[in-house]
Write a protein that binds this ligand. Structure first.
Ligand code: NAD
Length: 248
């Protein structure tokens, strides 16, 4: 078991990449806090997984755009499980619109969830991890953290911010035994892509040298590596899981 006895938090855990990561961590022996904005869906999924994995899955709802809810989430996790070994800062939303049509409110909403939300969860986790002198945080960035794409100004700004903020947090907390890394998924077949039409999907498939979209469990496997002790000398990295998208 690669994560035996580890206590791991996964935000946005009720769907797509987050849900696959919850499942992989449970399979590898961790106790997992699944968190999400989608409370009834998350509760039902976590209940099922908890029964399947001998009481190791707990759902705690939180909106990552609220500091009060995020701080309460980390405090509750510490109370219930005693420690926080790993975090997947995965909650996120998409946003596709011509930049001239994006309002301040639209732009801020994406930044609040996809960038400040990542910082909020990391800050609350770091306060606990620095007392433990250990921990591993993995932030979900994107190929769009290093590449531009038309009509995604706020999303690319947020993901680019996540990539560089990850490096800063890695430097700042390395002396405390805490590692901070990012994952850069290519286009992954999750509900997030439902907004894209078939023509755009086909075009995007063609951008991946491996010739297909990624699967959630392929990103989950990269998370599993980075959060585990197998990655004990890896910090400040942005691991691409993108079928070769950014290799060209
Ligand atoms: P998804 O829509 O399947 O899952 C996202 C989850 O986040 C949902 O369960 C949703 O309820 C939750 N969420 C949304 N806003 C939230 C908030 N304010 N607080 C708490 N939870 C919230 O999407 P996914 O594709 O699994 O995306 C997961 C992460 O991967 C995101 O950060 C996304 O930007 C990133 N990503 C996805 C792709 C892709 O192609 N699917 C590519 C690169 C990066």
């Amino acid at each position: 078991m690669r994560l035996q006895d580890k206590k791991i938090l996964i935000t946005g855990g009720a769907s797509g990449i987050g849900l696959a990561s919850v499942e992989r961590c449970l399979e590898e022996g961790a106790s997992v806090v699944m968190s999400d904005l989608a409370t009834s869906k998350g509760e039902a999924l976590a209940k099922e997984l908890d029964a399947k994995h001998s009481g190791r899955c707990l759902f705690i709802p939180a909106d990552v755009s609220s500091t009060t809810e995020v701080d309460a989430l980390l405090n509750k996790m510490q109370q219930e499980l005693g420690r926080v070994d790993g975090v997947f800062n995965n909650a996120g939303i998409g946003g596709l619109a011509p930049s001239t049509e994006v309002t301040d409110e639209d732009f801020d909403k994406i930044l609040q969830i996809n960038l400040t939300g990542v910082f909020r969860v990391a800050r609350a986790a770091l306060k606990i991890m620095e007392k433990q002198d250990s921990g591993s945080i993995v932030n979900c960035a994107s190929i769009l953290g290093v590449f531009g794409q038309s009509q995604t100004a706020a999303y690319t700004a947020a993901k680019g911010g996540v990539v560089n903020m990850t490096r800063t947090l890695a430097l700042e907390y390395a002396s405390k035994g805490i590692r901070v890394n990012a994952i850069g998924p290519g286009y992954i077949d999750t509900p997030l892509l439902e907004a894209l039409d078939d023509e755009l999907k086909q075009f995007l498939i063609g951008m991946h040298p491996l010739g297909r979209l990624g699967r959630s469990e392929e990103v989950a496997n990269a998370f599993l590596f980075l959060v585990s002790d197998e990655a004990s000398f890896v910090t400040g990295a942005h691991l691409m899981v993108d079928g070769g998208f950014t290799a060209g």
